[in-house]
Ligand binder design. Structure first.
Ligand code: NAI
Ligand code: SOE
Length: 396
């Protein structure tokens, strides 16, 4: 068994989720070819970094992420910072010969994503974008059903991501509401997750017709660095502008001929992490809701007229990604488990010298869809989505 030394940059929400996954991978996936070692964590200040190292179990801490890139002992750089740092860190890490996992969205803009993809193509290192929801066993099971032809030819896809942590106008002005840091709003932050799953299950999106809106245009300034995700309120404090969209709706066409809709909102009271996918095919249907993430709803045409209807497959050890989790289905899986599976798949790829998906090419293609959605919303026109050719590295 070899060790893989991890340098983690960013000790907020995702710093916690990724650290948990590094500790847990050997507990769930055993024996494992690579045992993660939590080497160094970087944070915005020396104090935050030391605190994060103590909390998340890293041997060293630093306020300078470049020292992680320069450290020859570190094999894998994990980027869990706000979006404005993704491109600079990822390119530096790849050029230094590190494997890289980068949180979503891959970057603020399609131009940054293109440069990251170019840097990734120039190395033999493993690169991954952390679209972890596709690793939920029920979503992986949907993929299996589709690949086996259980629902036939996909005819239409409906996908949503609805949240309410941000619906209160007094939910503070985090970096997620600032274009200079985040790149975009609901599009980059949450729609990207359902775009990743829509591509994973139904193939490439080729054309979009979209609407965006910004309902909450200012918010109280947030105290401190890490995003409080609405968990602190500062009702009477000074306010700052929100310059990104909090709503997006888009009609989409797929390369296969299927049609669909994708939508995301930050203003859906009562919807917490309401990620839904509904896919109808010539032979049946599949439906998933992350708020009931152990369940996949399936309906098959051939079930017969007197018994056809949705039934629930409760995922567990007999389902994709489930065997290494918990021994019986009713124990359920949580957000953390999707990150454990993600980390395991990354380590398998590094150990085997193989690529892993979703990689920077996938992140770039999602950025191309994001960009087309924003352009369509701005112009009121259908916009074609340029497609990345993974053989040539060119977009056409
Ligand atoms: P956060 O605000 O909780 O944490 C970000 C951390 O980065 C903060 O602690 C901040 O101090 C630190 N940071 C800022 N500048 C830094 C620097 N120069 N060097 C080192 N650290 C620095 O943000 P969160 O929620 O962890 O998001 C991070 C990334 O993960 C974002 O790209 C976000 O879109 C993504 N994300 C992905 C999720 C998923 O489900 N895959 C869930 C939540 C976030
Ligand atoms: C906030 O909307 C957020 O933390 C997103 O940034 C994540 O990507 C999503 O998984 C959960 O919600």
């Amino acid at each position: 068994m070899k060790k893989i030394h991890v340098g983690l940059i960013g000790g907020g929400f995702m710093g916690k989720a990724h650290s948990l996954a590094y500790s847990a991978v050997p507990m769930f996936f055993w024996p494992t070819e690579l045992v993660p070692v939590k080497h160094t964590i970087a944070e915005a200040t020396a104090g935050l970094a030391a605190d994060a190292a103590a909390r998340f179990g890293f041997s060293k801490s630093t306020s300078d992420w470049r020292s992680i890139i320069e450290d020859p002992e570190i094999d894998l750089v994990d980027i869990a910072t706000p979006n404005n740092l993704h491109a600079e860190i990822a390119i530096a890490a790849l050029e230094a010969g590190k494997h890289v996992i980068c949180e979503k969205p891959i970057a603020r803009t399609v131009e940054e994503a293109a440069r990251m993809y170019e840097a990734a193509r120039a190395t033999d290192r493993v690169h991954m974008v952390a679209f972890n929801y596709r690793r939920t066993p029920a979503v992986a099971l949907a993929k299996r059903f589709i690949e086996e032809g259980a629902i036939g030819r996909i005819l239409n896809v409906r996908a949503t991501y609805l949240q309410d942590w941000s619906a209160d106008p007094n939910s503070p002005l985090s970096w997620r509401f600032k274009k200079a840091v985040a790149g975009s709003g609901a599009v980059g932050d949450i729609l990207t997750h359902v775009l990743d799953m829509a591509r994973y299950l139904a193939g490439e999106i080729t054309e979009v017709s979209s609407l965006t809106a910004n309902i909450i245009t200012e918010r109280p300034l947030q105290q401190g660095g890490a995003d409080s995700l609405g968990n602190t309120k500062n009702d009477n404090g000074p306010k700052g502008p929100v310059d990104v969209e909090d709503e997006v709706l888009s009609l989409v066409k797929f390369a296969s001929g299927a049609i669909g809709s994708v939508e995301a909102t930050r203003n859906a009271w009562g919807r917490n992490n309401f990620i839904t996918l509904e896919i109808h095919g010539s032979e049946g249907s599949i439906a998933f809701n992350y708020e009931n993430r152990d369940e996949l709803q399936v309906c098959f045409k051939n079930d017969g007229d007197d018994r056809r209807g949705f039934r629930t497959v409760y995922t567990g050890p007999n389902h994709p990604n489930g065997a290494n989790l918990w021994p019986i289905p009713a124990l359920g899986i949580g957000y953390g488990e999707t990150k454990i599976i993600e980390a395991h798949d990354l380590f398998q790829a590094i150990a085997g010298g193989e690529p892993v998906r979703p990689d920077f090419g996938d992140g770039y293609q999602v950025a191309l869809v994001d960009n087309a959605i924003l352009e369509s919303a701005a112009t009121g026109q259908w916009v074609k989505v340029p497609q990345l050719n993974r053989e040539t590295g060119k977009v056409a």
